[in-house]
Design a protein around this ligand. Sequence first.
Ligand code: SF4
Length: 377
Amino acid sequence: MFQKKFIPISNSTFRQTEWTQSTSPQPATGLLIDQFSRQLSDLRISVTDRCNFRCTYCMPKEVFTKDYPYLAQTELLTFEEIVRIAKIFIRHGVTKIRLTGGEPLLRKNIEDLVSMLSQLRTVGGHKIDLAMTTNGALLARKARTLKEAGLDRITVSLDALDDTIFKQMNDVDFPVSTVLEGIQSAQEAGFSPLKINMVVKRGSNHQEIIPITRYFKDQPHILRFIEFMDVGNSNEWAQNQVLPSAEIMQILADAGMPLMALKAQNPNDTATRWRHLNAQGEIGFISSVSQAFCHSCSRIRLSTQGKAYTCLFASGGHDLRSLIRDPQYENDDQKLSQTIRQIWESRIDRYSAIRHENQTLIQHPDRKKIEMSYIGG
Ligand code: SF4
C-alpha cells in the first residue's frame, strides 16, 4: 500500500534555471529566440473579449457587468487580418495556434476562421496544429462543423461535475449537463482525446477533485488540474486559495488513485503528464504558482484588438493592428515581420518564476495586468 508522502510534481528544473540573458547571435532563419533563449513556437489568438460565463477566477460578474467597456466590432481584428498576422508568425517558427477568448464560440462564423487558418502550413510544410479552448457551452452545436472546418484539437474548461458547484464557478447558473453533452458531441465528431481543464480554487471547488477524476479515469480524455492564478486585476487572488498540484496528487493517492509520471511530449508544454496506475486515464498538472514553467515558455498571445502580449501576466502589449491597417503597409509584411522579431527577441518575461522567487516583486499595487478574458489563458 502507498506511503503517505508528498510527491514532487516535477523534477523542479525550475529551481535550477539560471536566468542569464542569452548572448548567442540570433539564427539567420526566421526562427526567433528571446533574451532567455526561448524559441517562439506557439501563438494564442483571442477572437473575442466576451463570454457567456462569469467564472469567478477570470471574469467576475461584479467587474464584467453589462456596462463593462467591451470592444466594439470595428475594433476586432477581421478574419483576414488574423490570418495575415498568423502567416508572419508562422514564418517566424510558430507551429501551433490556439484560438481562445473570452469564449471563442461566441465569435460569429468562427468556423470560417478555423477553415482559413487550417490551410496554413508551417515553415516545414506541415499543417499548422490548430486548437481551441472553449467553456463548452455551445460545443454540442458546433463540434461537427469545427471538425469539418479543420480544427485539430479541443480543450474544454470544466470546473466541477456537481451542478450546484459548477453553477457557482461559472456564476451564470449554466448547467453542467450541457457542457458534458458538448464533450460527448466533440468526441463523436472525432475530437479525441479532448483536454479537460479544471481550475482548482481552494474553498470553492476542491471537493470536486475526486469525483471529476473518477468520472474521467476510464475515458480517453486528458483531465488537467490548473492552479488558481493571479491573472488580471479582478479575481481577488490570494495564495491561500491556491491548492498546489502536489497536494492534489496526494488527495488522489489517498483516494486510491495513485499516479505515475509520463514523459513530456513537448519540452514547452505547460502541463506535466501523469497516468493512473490502476486505469487508462491521463492526468496533467498546470502548476504556474507552485512550479513555474517560464524557463520553457514559447507562447505569444494576440488580443482580439490586435495587440501582441509576451506573457499571460503582461501589463502592456504591442499594437500590430495599426501596422496592418496602415495603407503604406497594405501589401508589405516586412515591417510587421521586423516588429514581431523585435518584440520576441527583446522578451524577458518570467512572471511566474519571479512570483515564486519573491512575491513582493510582483505585488506592486499600481501594476495593472492584462485581463485573461482579453488575451485568453
Ligand atoms: S508567466 Fe509568462 S513567461 Fe511565465 S510561463 Fe506564463 S506566460 Fe510564460
